[in-house]
Ligand binder design. Structure first.
Ligand code: GEK
Length: 292
């Protein structure tokens, strides 16, 4: 039996999570005409070229991205809703903005439409006010950053947010308090992952944290098969057809390359993080926190 304190804590967390989720979904879904339903893989591949076409973050994906990520990433809203809560414990207001004011600096690497960035600013979850934080949101896809710029300017016009179109492996990272890599390391070439994490470790201030959320696999084939099947059940329950599930799987082959949870912790240690911890799991998706 949970004790009353825990029950209270759980209900508070649930309330925060659900209010943040609905607000976040509103923000991300924005106006209906801008947010289409994900029907990218609802037609059979008809030509050999079709079959070979890889998943890419182009205008088509951007148009239905909020719907796609909500229906295909278990726990997406929960992870985002915890970001400001975690950030509040690690932000130290030691960086100077261009007006010489002390702020905390946060990076959102692989920001897509700015979901993590906007979650960090969400008033209902004690998100950051305009004068408290500077966020650098970076994505390699111009279609993503164009829409992220529009959404952030619309919802948080006074905050100091810079949306940058760049490869996160090549961009310089300034000293900062927190770095969020939400569902993005998995899209980088495996051999570039360690160098990025080392760069993050170097940039973080002492006491800063890296939040790393990833889809993963298990080395045990039987366990992995069970978890993958339940993940497809999760997608079925969210309205995806067999054709859409298999179409997306084919498109992501060799594009989204998962690691095991252990490999992530080992890589974080090799990058210089003394301590890392798994703070969230939902099926094959994990979120880790690495401490400097
Ligand atoms: C969210 N974090 O909503 N440099 C920069 N961006 C990249 C690179 C790269 N080398 N490679 C891929 N991307 C977001 C969700 S989505 C996850 C992240 C998903 C970008 C790519 O353009 C895409 O926008 C993002 O990584 C991955 O919290 O679609 O499953």
């Amino acid at each position: 039996m949970p004790n009353s304190t825990n029950t209270h804590a759980n209900s508070v967390t649930n309330t925060i999570a659900s209010s943040v989720n609905s607000d976040l979904q509103e923000t991300l879904h924005d106006t209906l005409h801008e947010n289409l339903q994900d029907t990218l893989f609802d037609k059979p591949f008809t030509t050999p070229l079709d079959k070979a076409s890889r998943f890419s973050f182009d205008e088509q994906v951007v148009a239905c991205f909020p719907d796609m990520i909500r229906r295909s990433v278990p726990g997406y809203g929960q992870v985002l809703s915890m970001l400001p809560i975690i950030a509040r414990r690690h932000c130290q207001y030691r960086q100077l903005n261009e007006h010489g004011q002390k702020v905390s600096r946060i990076y959102d690497l692989g920001c897509s439409l700015g979901g993590a960035t906007m979650a960090l600013l969400n008033e209902q979850a004690n998100g950051f006010a305009e004068n408290e934080v500077q966020i650098k949101a970076i994505d390699i896809s111009p279609a993503m950053t164009e829409k992220a710029t529009h959404l952030i300017a619309k919802h948080y016009p006074k905050h100091d947010i810079e949306v940058i179109t760049a490869d996160i492996c090549k961009v310089a990272i300034q000293p900062c308090d927190m770095i969020v890599i939400n569902l993005t390391l998995q899209f980088l070439p495996v051999e570039q992952r360690l160098a990025l994490l080392k760069k993050c470790h170097n940039a973080l201030v002492q006491g800063g944290v890296l939040i790393l959320t990833e889809k993963t696999h298990l080395n045990n084939e039987q366990d992995d098969a069970w978890r993958v099947e339940r993940y497809y059940d999760f997608k079925r329950a969210n309205g995806y057809s067999e054709l859409e599930i298999s179409g997306k799987r084919t498109a992501l082959e060799n594009v989204l390359i998962t690691d095991t949870l252990e490999a992530h912790h080992q890589r974080l240690a090799m990058a210089g993080f003394e301590r890392s911890m798994t703070w969230f799991q939902f099926l094959n998706f994990y979120s880790l926190v690495a401490f400097k």
